[in-house]
Design a protein around this ligand. Structure first.
Ligand code: DC
Length: 233
């Protein structure tokens, strides 16, 4: 039997569940490219902020997206986040603030934004051999991915992890406010009508509460080795 699957790993889940760290580690182990789809939504949010565009203004948002030019490069040595270039200019840490996460969540509910970024993500993934992380990579962007995971953890644990990440970058963090933002953002991401955050029916769900990154990566890697991909790439 020929199974029409793509040689792609998808890792979806709410913020702070450990997706980025796990995805990067898994991509390195598999020699696949890491695709951070959240960075793309953050980049659109950032551009709206920079250019003073109200995301509800279809006309200006459409013009922005029509010429939207984004490049994702591997993180610098010792750094965690992918490097993001918009129109050839590196954006840096400004994408990673909690405020930009909230704005990204807002713009990500807009059909025009989703259509544009889903198309770009499929172009990037056309050759296979990627680990894509986000909210809808297994359900909408790459429904034929050979290996799908849904990574979750309790909100308090996720807020603590996110706070540690931000502190590591030298930022001041109000952990209670961060927890409230995480809960709000997850609710918005889960309840939106287009491409809501949810596990694909064929995804393996993993609760990372109390699990070390290495253990999560090991479980995923074992699952991948145990499920050969018979696809085209
Ligand atoms: O993963 P992140 O925190 O960088 O994502 C920021 C926001 O972008 C998230 O709250 C919802 C949106 N997003 C999305 O809607 N679909 C994706 N595949 C990835 C992110």
């Amino acid at each position: 039997m020929v199974v029409d699957k793509q040689r792609i790993v998808t890792i979806d889940g709410p913020s702070g569940g450990g997706k980025s760290t796990v995805s990067r580690a898994l991509a390195a182990k598999l020699h696949f490219t890491y695709l951070d789809t959240g960075a793309m939504y953050r980049a659109v949010a950032f551009q709206c902020r920079q250019k003073g565009i109200d995301p509800a203004d279809d006309h200006r948002l459409g013009a922005l997206l029509a010429t939207f030019c984004i490049e994702l490069l591997p993180p610098d040595p010792g750094e965690d986040d992918v490097r993001v270039l918009i129109d050839g200019q590196e954006v840096g840490n400004q994408l990673r603030t909690p405020e930009m996460g909230m704005l990204a969540s807002r713009v990500s509910a807009l059909p025009l934004v989703r259509q544009t970024l889903t198309r770009l993500q499929r172009e990037i993934g056309a050759g296979g051999r990627i680990v894509a992380e986000g909210r809808d990579t297994g359900t909408v962007v790459f429904p034929k991915a050979a290996w799908k995971f849904f990574l979750d953890a309790g909100p308090e644990v996720r807020a603590r992890r996110r706070a540690a990440q931000l502190r590591g970058k030298g930022e001041q963090v109000d952990e209670r406010q961060l927890l409230a933002q995480i809960i709000q953002r997850d609710r918005d991401d889960r309840e939106r009508s287009i491409a809501p955050l949810k596990a694909a029916p064929d995804a393996l769900s993993i609760d990372s509460t109390g699990l070390a990154v290495e253990e999560v990566v090991r479980r995923m890697y074992d699952r991948i080795l145990a499920t050969p991909c018979c696809g085209r790439q």
